[in-house]
Design a protein around this ligand. Structure first.
Ligand code: G6P
Length: 366
């Protein structure tokens, strides 16, 4: 039936604010890490596989990119991520020992389904989907599945589907790590504790909305924006740029910050806002020197830092601090202010936020 808008102006805003609930629902019932949560055959399949191949489109592709960092670092399993529309038409080298993971909100995206069938036709039978629709073609056609419980997502620009995919992908990472003998009981308990705390941590991030509204006023007058991130947060920068371009029609590009001097620095002038995803992780010092490169060219920095970081506001440098640094799960928190920035910028520009021009919620034909 119809989804009520309640006190919100748009479905996108409502869905952004539903994320603490969506994550809690997606993780409900997970008492410990066990392959069974992906299906009865999961243990045998996870034992057998030697790598992961993620296939997806759009925002779901960016959750897959984030998962690559987790799966390789935590589970020690090689992971490739491919755009479904490329993979399905490319001559690739099939690996029957690879776990093929499709990620899809709808479970009906034509290119993702075709990519899955292409992998199967090449002899890759170990398939798993992370999907928000339990009755979709994707779930029917994959051996294993994990259903995210984001609930119905109406806004064309995906928000809660993305963060719940990340939660499910983190569970997959921990499960693979366990099966491969890389997860101690202590680590398992510590990760599960952090996951359970996510709804509370997300609620604290959502409380930053008034500060983000102030930034959106400045963004609404721009025609271009650059997003930077490193490591786990490079895909988050990509997702932030995608959100902004989809609904505000501002041309936005994301780069891994280390690539700045190989091109995008040529675009940086006083007119260029540069959004930097700057959690307090091992890359922070590198990122700070990238930020100096931007400032030296007059670029205006809009930095999302963590509470305990030593980045302070100054001329041409605006800082919003997330309450705490969240370790490996930080991408789930850091994407939220980027969703809000895109939303409020679009609102200030008066675009049709829930139904951006030329885009569809689910692309079921090629
Ligand atoms: C469309 C939607 C996006 C979504 C993408 C993939 O482009 O507008 O929000 O990320 O399709 O959809 P899926 O249902 O496969 O996740």
């Amino acid at each position: 039936g119809a989804v009520e808008l309640g006190p919100y102006r748009h479905y996108m805003q409502k869905e952004i604010f539903e994320q603490p609930r969506a994550i809690a629902d997606t993780l409900e019932g997970i008492e410990s890490i066990t392959p069974d949560i992906f299906g009865d055959k999961a243990f045998n399949i996870f034992k057998e596989i030697d790598s992961v191949l993620i296939l997806a489109c759009g925002t779901s592709y960016y959750s897959g990119m984030t998962a690559k960092y987790w799966i390789e670092a935590i589970a020690g399993v090689r992971c490739d991520v491919e755009i479904a529309s490329e993979y399905r038409y490319r001559d690739s080298v099939p690996n029957p020992k690879s776990l093929v993971v499709t990620i899809s909100q709808s479970g009906e995206t034509a290119d993702t389904l075709a990519a899955l069938r292409h992998a199967q036709s090449q002899g890759m039978q170990h398939t798993l989907t992370i999907c928000n629709s339990a009755t979709s073609a994707m779930v029917r056609e994959c051996a294993l599945s994990y259903i995210t419980r984001a609930g119905v997502e109406v806004g064309v620009a995906s928000t809660k589907a993305f963060t719940t995919q990340l939660a499910a992908l983190f569970l997959l990472t921990l499960t693979l790590a366990q099966v491969k003998g890389r997860l101690s009981d202590t680590q398992e308990a510590a990760y599960l504790k952090e996951m359970r705390h996510l709804p509370v941590a997300l609620t604290a991030v959502l409380a930053l909305e008034p500060q983000i509204i102030a930034w959106a006023e400045a963004f609404a007058r721009k025609e271009n924006a650059l997003f930077l991130g490193r490591g786990l947060h490079y895909p988050i920068a990509l997702e932030g740029a995608l959100k902004l371009k989809e609904i505000s029609y501002i041309h936005a590009e994301a780069y891994p910050a280390g690539e700045l001097k190989h091109g995008p620095l040529a675009l940086v002038t006083e007119e260029m806002p540069v959004v930097t995803v700057a959690p307090n992780d091992s890359m922070i010092e590198k990122l700070k020197s990238n930020m100096q490169e931007v400032r030296a060219r007059g670029g205006e920095l809009y930095v999302f830092a963590d509470g305990d970081s030593r980045i302070t506001s100054g001329e041409g440098l605006h800082v919003i601090r997330l309450p705490e640094h969240y370790g490996a799960l930080s991408p789930i928190l850091h994407v939220v202010p980027l969703q809000l920035l895109a939303y409020h910028t679009a609102l200030a520009r008066g675009t049709d936020v829930d139904k951006p021009r030329n885009l569809a919620k689910s692309v079921t034909v090629e």
